[in-house]
Design a protein around this ligand. Sequence first.
Ligand SMILES: [Zn+2]
Length: 502
Amino acid sequence: MGNKFYLTTAIDYANGEPHLGHAFEKVGADCIARYRRLRGDRVHFVIGMDEHGQKVAQAAEDAGVAPQAWVDDIAGRFQVAWGELGISHDDFIRTTEVRHRRTVQELFRRIQERGHIYEGVYKGYYCVGCEGFKLEKDLDADGRCPIHPTREIKWVEEPNFFFRLSSFGPWLLERYAADPTFVRPKAKMNEIRNVVTDGLQDISVSRARVPWGIPWPGDESHTVYVWFEALINYLSATGFPDERYTDLWPADLHVIGPDIVRFHAAMWPAMLDAAGLEPPRGVWSHGWINTQGERFSKSAGVRVSLREIIDRHGSDALRYFLLREVPWDGDGNFSFERFDARYTADLADGYGNLVSRVLAMIIRYLDGVVPAHPGTNTLHAARDAAWTRYTDAMDGYLLHEGAAAAMALVAEANGFIEARAPWTLAKQGEQAPLADTLGALADTVAALTVMLAPFLPTKTATVWHALGNGGQVTPVTGPLPSAAHQKVLKVTPLFPKPPAAS
Ligand SMILES: [Zn+2]
């Protein structure tokens, strides 16, 4: 049995439709989940919905439906989208579920019991849109929220429960020093270290005026502030406080957007420690995907739907494109021009064409059976080097570099075909060189299919089957396997070229 790997994404806020930003995060995390399974880990991958709070209640009221009916509908839409994108989550947690309420109340009960909660009065400007208190300096000249200039700003004084976050600064800094890769990329680790070094404030973790939430344990006139409640989903999904929760906890990796690193890298570990639980082992902050560049700027106001983007070249192609085009440790752009260009170059003319060519030659020249071969030629060396580059990148979650390593191997394989000219070897009856050539190509196509499986789960399953295997790419925990003696099948074009000028 491999290692346990408990992986999560941020849970999505149930106040609108799934869009490309949501999809990018899920696809990236799914690629990590699939890669870890491919390396033999026992992966548990959890995604879900954040369904409480004032903004959700407001959206439901605006739509004229009850909050639960509203979140049920939104959660359904997200789940349809994740199904279409091939997201292979093991669990989908919703914060309106009973199991989550139970975990939240027990966690805060323990934090309170251990003396880390006190009652205080919170005073300040409150933006309904942000669901948050604002400092005077955060408001614009008219005293309005810069993000929500049309929403009301209220002066609010309310009794709240406060968490003694300020006392966890030294402990957090020790942890960061002990594990400098706790937050990745490194720039985000530095950012959060500076925040903690500057000093943390105690923080209000309950709300007196927000009924759409989880009642505070022991005081039903309050609900748990939605920000803190939502974080706890990662623990709820383990079954906490049931004893078996340690089968999954601590989480191995929280994949999140850059705007919520502070919550995940400081407050969340502190909350867990306050309750006597282990903090998560790692936090990965991906970047933003910008859809306003290039083409979109010319058609301001046109919002491209996820539906339209998936329909362009299919779900596998979109997954690959996003993860190859946008660095997983930085920001990037989405445009249909780039999507079309990569689809053609990398998938249709690249991997797809290589697979078709190699299988067709094995069928034509060798009756469809991969010959026994030494496995030691230049292409084998290139394959092994690409595999090392790939696993190094993927182990460090640099998904774009993993995809690039695979595509560089496609180019080397195509160069090898031209240099060896298997059609000439076949015509001249050069059996040993032909076996060496097509054997190496079959091994390389098999390796590429393994490497691309986390990116292209559906298409690679088709190729894996055509290479004489079962339908699912099998884990590679040792050396790359040889394809010798496999009976191969023809494949229809994997990435058909769209009709010109779409
Ligand atoms: Zn606001």
